[in-house]
Design a protein around this ligand. Sequence first.
Ligand code: PMP
Ligand code: GLU
Length: 402
Amino acid sequence: MEHLAAQMLSRRVLEMEESATLRMAQLARNLAAKGNKVINLSLGEPDFDTPDHIKDAAKKALDEGYTKYTPVAGLMEFRQAIARKFKRDNNLDFTPNQIVVSNGAKQSLANLSMAMLNEGDEVVILAPYWVSYYEIVRLGEGTPVVVKAGIEQDFKVTPAQLEAAITDRTKMILFSSPCNPTGSVYSEKELRALADVVARHENVFIISDEIYEYISFTGKHISIGAFEHVRDRTITVNGFAKGFAMTGWRLGYMGAPLWIAEACTKIQGQTTSGANSFAQRAGMYALESDLKPTFEMRDAFLRRRNLTLQLLDEIPGFLCNRPQGAFYVFPDVRYYFGKSDGKITIHNADDLAMYILENALVATVSGSGFGADECLRISYAASDEDLTEAARRMKEALGLLK
Ligand code: PMP
Ligand code: GLU
């Protein structure tokens, strides 16, 4: 079987890494299915249900007959609502035909990769980065160029680092703020400085992934695309999964220069067509209605961030920054490398994540998939009880490593 797979499958898939987040979530499910009481802090998914008024809008849309194909780029009234949202929240000016709605922000990113990259084109990815960026770039036959920021710089890349990474083959830079996996948020000043670097290089585009926009503890969210000098060179990606607790609905979107939006629509038209029709109507309603439930979830995440930091502070060797958004902490765990419980020696974060899963029954994700193999990602989108119990179990299991 393995021989046949190696012979028959494409180079594209054979060389692709499986998503580390999804893999860990599956390992946790497998352990739980065997009767283990696993606490799953691996998957980046709000533990809240989608707010009722959004679910009601989807039910209403079904009754109203939104059961057919929509235009590939999305229902016009939905794209109009997204254009209004971009203006209202982000000071971005997009016409509805510059907006492409997709099956999640993941597909928006994949469309961009397919539509913009040729073999050998370089994409500068600011690390730590979200797991799928690297492989999505490679799917488009691009070359990922990783620029890394460690915990000592709050996981934020400096303009000088970005400048040094740009070559005449660079086509775009890709990052998220608030960041998955670090929770770091680039300030307005920091974003402007990055934009200044990009502006100096003709034909370099920015893909700004703002899916955690509404889960930010810093006050007003800043979009890099709002800076005049990179306005025409920025593609802003967003989605409903995080801020509206709609992961399973599969709904994301981008605002882009018209020719890029048209190219992405062309790709999507030959692969998946328009996103789910009644989800689009519900998404439209979500954007246009009171954001109070969204901000209540954000406040809950902030409270849990504080709790999680307090709990992790009790665990030796978990060096944390103070995340300003999203719902992850990303401790530097090098302290444990080289330690052993007498049976297993921890060489890296992959070993540590597996050790914690097997000995504490807590699922986390190794930083290696995020371009930071000295770290561990812990999602705090979980109940206070689970967070407290997970910390207790981790402390106990880690205490056996000498
Ligand atoms: N970008 C980031 C930074 C993410 O964490 C995720 C995870 N869901 C996505 C994009 C993809 O989101 P979606 O579920 O809308 O495809
Ligand atoms: N984005 C989430 C995460 O980082 C969901 C899983 C995924 O799509 O990778 O865990």
